[in-house]
Design a protein around this ligand. Structure first.
Ligand SMILES: [Zn+2]
Length: 378
């Protein structure tokens, strides 16, 4: 039976109340479990209509007795961000209270799990998965979040941390479909990238900042590394799915993305029926360390000379920046080049540059930095 639950967040200021809707399908505790959410960055539009249509399809499957396992859907994951209007723009990426990105600093359970779960682990990988999930539930239940945003983050991770599949729907600025995944999840998760038609799949074991997907998935390989004598599989396929760009709500695309998510859930044994043949993967996965976040070095107006989807050579010019008020003549036009060869998969949505601002992203296969840990944008 479909269950709809409304959870009220603690009051942040007098006279305000925000709530989260949680949709549950199938049998609680049954496997596999999938968790999907949209709008953690509340101003990223495409995820909402995709989940709207997906919910309708899952409703039908549910009525036909076709849900196996458990599916939890949060159609709008960030009611705080959804209220942050300023100057005719919804600004749902950073918390107005403290400027913290809503998709960073999610609760990282790993240290607590390392402290607590050791005695429960043994030779059976399935038992270990169970023990780690149970321990995680206990840790989360003891959290005492201090404000509204922390309460929201705790609530979200409490719904997702024990899932086999976690799909966090986002979008970039102007972009191709792309997906962020933990390196140890590849190539197992290749069916997600193939089915969604992702043109880039970016892998990192620790991208830094604890985004929501990694708060769910990274614990597994960190624990496996910490307890090398017992089998601990990467038991949570968590992905950040970037549904192209901010304005990509074309009905055809929305339908296609909805169908593809549904097929993925079918293929993973959550919904009955046979999905169509898996499409070919468009491009191989590349390391997140290989992404060139192409930055402007001068202020001015960006004129792109390359489109998203273009293949870029190393040192190739992507854009020129025109400074209408230069201090010297050579500052009037500045060329911006890529540091790597790869796919231009994202561009900024407005055309104003200042030194240090990212204006494009190029997915290269060669790492540009030796270490992980600080690989995400602000
Ligand atoms: Zn986002």
């Amino acid at each position: 039976m479909k269950q709809v639950e409304t959870r009220i967040l603690p009051q942040a200021s007098p006279g305000t109340r925000r709530s989260l809707n949680i949709l549950r399908y199938g049998t609680p505790g049954k496997r596999p479990k999938a968790y999907l959410q949209a709008g953690l960055h509340a101003d990223e539009a495409p995820g909402y209509p995709v989940l709207h249509h997906l919910i309708k399809k899952i409703d039908t499957a549910e009525q036909q007795g076709n849900i196996f396992g458990e599916i939890v859907v949060v159609p709008a994951a960030n009611p705080i961000g959804l209220s942050q209007w300023r100057d005719e723009m919804l600004q749902g990426r950073f918390d107005f209270v403290n400027s913290i990105n809503f998709n960073r600093q999610h609760q990282d359970l790993t240290d607590r799990l390392i402290d607590e779960v050791g005695p429960e682990l043994g030779a059976d990988p399935q038992q270990n998965i169970k023990a780690i999930r149970q321990c995680g539930t206990g840790i989360i239940n003891n959290f005492q979040p201090e404000d509204e945003a922390a309460s929201l983050k705790t609530l979200l991770i409490s719904l997702s941390h024990d899932a086999d599949i976690v799909l966090d729907l986002h979008c970039d600025l102007q972009a191709l479909m792309h997906i962020y995944l933990g390196t140890p999840l590849w190539p197992d998760a290749q069916d997600l990238s193939s089915q969604m038609g992702a043109e880039a799949t970016l892998l990192a074991a620790d991208s830094g900042g604890t985004p929501f997907d990694e708060a769910n998935s990274r614990i597994w390989w960190v624990l496996a590394e910490h307890f090398p004598n017992v089998p601990i599989p990467p038991a949570c396929l968590a992905a950040t799915v970037e549904l192209r760009g901010l304005s990509d709500t074309d009905p055809k695309m929305i339908r296609q993305d909805t169908d593809n998510l549904y097929y993925f859930l079918q293929r993973r044994g959550l919904i009955g029926g046979t999905p169509p043949q898996l499409p070919e993967l468009i491009n191989p996965a590349t390391p997140l360390t290989g992404v060139d976040y192409v930055k402007a070095e001068t202020p001015g107006i960006v004129v792109y000379l390359k489109q998203q989807g273009d293949w870029i050579k190393k040192d190739e010019i992507i854009a020129e920046i025109i400074n209408p008020l230069p201090e010297t003549e050579d500052q009037r036009v500045t060329m911006v080049r890529s540091r790597t060869e790869g796919l231009l998969f994202s561009r900024n949505v407005d055309r104003f540059a200042r030194p240090g601002r990212i204006i494009a992203k190029v997915a290269g296969s060669e790492p540009l930095s030796e270490s992980e840990g600080n690989l995400l944008t602000l």
